[in-house]
Design a protein around this ligand. Structure first.
Ligand SMILES: Nc1ncnc2c1ncn2[C@@H]1O[C@H](COP(=O)(O)OP(=O)(O)OP(=O)(O)O)[C@@H](O)[C@H]1O
Ligand SMILES: [Mg+2]
Length: 367
């Protein structure tokens, strides 16, 4: 008999002896059936309990696995974050060194640009020194002729000898040439300053045309023997940007355009604004880019230039800079006809947590 039934009988009838409680044998059968039901029920419960405990163990193991996976993911994320920071640092260093390299490359040209005005200012100063000596001699002779009128003839001779008439005119023109030369040097120095550290790498609302002008002046030595520059500047709003980095982009595009021209060509710089976007296009009528190369020009280290002439980093870095500004670069090119690069930049910036921006350039082709 099932112990539960035995207990119940004892509680209700004071004994579990079935013959004593109910002499009718049908009771015994009935109680046997109840007994079987209890036993079945208990067996079922035990199966469920053991299944539940198995499940429990399984869940506990799964939880353990998940916790371990979560810990691994967290570790991996921390490693990835560190890697991203390292990559950002490396990219910034690359940008910096590319900037230094381009400045170094342009330094020779700039030195030449400075050397010219300094050369004629210095030669003018030599002439002016002689003129001042002559003028002082005339002044002395003049003073002497006031005190002693017999000296007048000597004064007249001296005036003729030093060619006072010519001297009067030349002093003025030499002085204005000197002023012009010094002005040019000052402009070059200003352009260099504007080009390289207007903003110390910070976001500032700036006029892109100003950046383009100072960049053009900086690269003028690289361009002027190859191409005439035509400017078609439109009306554009000032935009928040890292000016020194965008100048680097314009410099790369301008230098590339000049390199693509064999002898004498035209580089056209145009700009405009459209639906919350500002664009700047640099076009040349140089060699053009072969279709199979067009896909690769933004790849780091892709260059078709001879060793020592190009590193193949200009466009890849420019791409990164424009992307960081939430913009994009479009290119259209025809072999033998020329190339146009168009830089699209959003006129407003929404900063993201990575210091970049959220924006999408419109699907407009400037070809
Ligand atoms: N305006 C252009 N006309 C023709 N080809 C161009 C023009 N701009 C870029 N390219 C092609 O794209 C390649 C990659 O340009 P990128 O500026 O990245 O490197 P690079 O000019 O070769 O070297 P550097 O690192 O000195 O800029 C060039 O080597 C050239 O083949
Ligand atoms: Mg280049």
């Amino acid at each position: 008999m099932h112990p539960w039934l035995a207990d119940q009988l004892k509680r209700h009838f004071g004994s579990n002896d079935i013959n004593a409680i109910a002499p009718d044998p049908r009771w015994a059968n009935f109680l046997d059936e109840i007994c079987e039901t209890y036993e079945d029920d208990e067996a079922q419960r035990q199966t469920i309990a053991s299944q539940l405990s198995e499940r429990n163990d399984l869940l506990a193991n799964e939880l353990k696995d998940r916790l371990a996976a979560q810990r691994m993911l967290q570790r991996e994320k921390a490693e990835q974050d560190a890697l991203i920071r390292k990559l950002e640092d490396a990219h910034n260093q690359l940008l910096q060194s590319e900037k230094m390299a381009s400045i170094g490359q342009l330094a020779a040209g700039v030195a030449h640009e400075i050397n010219n005005p300094i050369g004629f200012v210095s030669s003018n100063l030599t002439s002016l020194r002689e003129y001042v000596n002559d003028l002082l001699r005339v002044v002395t002779a003049f003073e002497q002729s006031i005190e002693d009128p017999t000296q007048k003839a000597a004064l007249q001779k001296l005036i003729k000898d030093v060619d006072l008439e010519f001297l009067r005119e030349d002093v003025v023109s030499l002085m204005s040439e000197c002023q012009d030369g010094i002005g040019r040097v000052r402009q070059i120095v200003q352009d260099l300053k504007d080009f390289s550290h207007v903003d110390h790498g910070e976001w500032v609302v700036s006029d892109l045309h100003k950046g383009l002008e100072s960049t053009l002046n900086i690269v003028s030595n690289e361009i002027k023997y190859k191409a005439t520059v035509e400017k078609h500047f439109g009306k554009i709003p000032e935009i928040p940007c890292i000016g020194s980095q965008l100048n680097q982009v314009f410099m790369n595009l301008l230098v590339n355009a000049a390199h693509a021209i064999k002898e004498k060509g035209i580089i056209t710089i145009s700009s405009g604004a459209q639906e919350g976007w500002v664009w700047v296009a640099v076009a040349d009528n140089g060699s053009g880019i072969a279709p199979e190369n067009l896909k690769r020009i933004f790849d780091p280290f892709f260059t078709t230039k001879p060793v020592g002439k190009g590193t193949g980093l200009g466009l890849s870095l420019s791409y990164g800079i424009v992307q960081k500004h939430g913009g994009r670069i479009e290119v259209t090119s025809e072999l033998g006809k020329g190339t146009q690069f168009t830089v699209w930049l959003p006129s407003e910036q929404k900063q993201t947590e990575h210091g970049g921006v959220d924006a999408k350039a419109p699907a407009v082709n400037m070809a």
